[in-house]
Structures are given as structure tokens and as C-alpha cells.
Design a protein around this ligand. Structure first.
Ligand code: HEC
Length: 124
């Protein structure tokens, strides 16, 4: 059993060596930082959030926002408590998913939950 587990680890390492993550896009990067996610998803004037919330985003852009929020929810900020962070990032993720699925009220919901000031006050 131990040997088997060791081989799984070795195999996993080999696979990750053979397939390096593409580094050109934040969404494709395995582990973007909170800062990078903010820059792609929220920083004006080309923020992905606004594109998705106004209905101007392509399907690929909607999927990228979902991916970024998934990564954001898995990260931990330097400040603030975990429960607050989880609650805020989960709301963002489910609103972005609803937008990607084309739910009618998704844009309004996304704008409501993407409360920049509230989250920055608690976690930035
Ligand atoms: C779920 C919480 C959360 C929400 C919502 C949020 N932010 Fe942030 N933001 C952060 C945290 C945490 C940082 C600090 C990241 C760091 O420096 O490590 C940050 C940093 C930033 C930065 C600085 C990035 C840099 O280059 O240093 C910008 C710009 C930014 N946010 C814009 C926005 C805007 C605009 C919105 C609203 C549309 C927003 N954020 C919503 C958590 C959030």
C-alpha cells in the first residue's frame, strides 16, 4: 500500500513536469494570486466582471470569470477572518456561474455581491 502511494506521488510529479502550465493568461495559470485575480477580474477599464455583468462577455470570458472566482475562493487573504472571506467569495462564484449559465437575474446579482469596498475594508 505504501509503495503504491509513493508511485502515485512520483507519477503525479512526472506528469506535472511534462505538462507545464501555460503562463500567458491568468485564468489558465494554475495558481494566480489574489492580486492577479483583482487585476484581471476587477481592475478598470477592461475588467472581466463588468463585461459579464453588462452582458458584453463572450462565453469564454464568462468561463474565465468563473475560473478566477474559483481560484479566489480557494485562496486566503492576508487580512480578515476566513468565514467572511468564504462567504464573500462563494457568493461571487455562484453569481458568476449563474451568469455563465445565462440565468436572467445573474447580472444584477453579480453587481450586488461584487462589493469592492466591503471586501477591501475587511480583507485588503
Ligand atoms: C472577495 C473580496 C474582494 C472583492 C469583492 C473585491 N476585492 Fe479587490 N482585493 C481584495 C483583496 C484581498 C486585495 C488585496 C490583494 C493583495 O494585495 O494581495 C484586493 C486588491 C485589489 C486591487 C489591487 C491589485 C493590485 O494590483 O495590487 C484592485 C485594483 C482591486 N482589488 C479592485 C477591486 C474592484 C474594482 C472590486 C469591485 C468590482 C474588487 N476589487 C472587489 C479582495 C476583494
Amino acid at each position: 500500500m505504501k509503495t503504491f502511494q509513493l508511485w502515485l506521488v512520483v507519477g503525479g510529479c512526472l506528469i506535472s513536469l511534462l505538462a507545464p502550465a501555460p503562463r500567458n493568461a491568468v485564468g489558465a495559470d494554475a495558481k494566480p494570486t489574489i492580486k492577479e485575480i483583482m487585476q484581471t477580474a476587477h481592475k478598470k477599464p477592461k475588467e472581466l466582471l463588468k463585461k459579464v455583468a453588462t452582458g458584453a462577455a463572450t462565453d469564454a470570458e464568462k468561463a474565465e470569470l468563473v475560473k478566477l472566482y474559483q481560484a479566489l475562493a480557494a485562496l486566503r487573504p492576508a487580512r480578515g477572518d476566513t468565514a467572511s472571506w468564504e462567504e464573500k467569495t462563494k457568493s461571487l462564484l455562484s453569481a458568476a456561474r449563474a451568469a455563465a449559465e445565462g440565468k436572467p437575474d445573474a447580472a444584477a446579482e453579480l453587481n450586488r455581491v461584487a462589493n469592492c469596498a466591503a471586501c477591501h475594508k475587511a480583507h485588503q
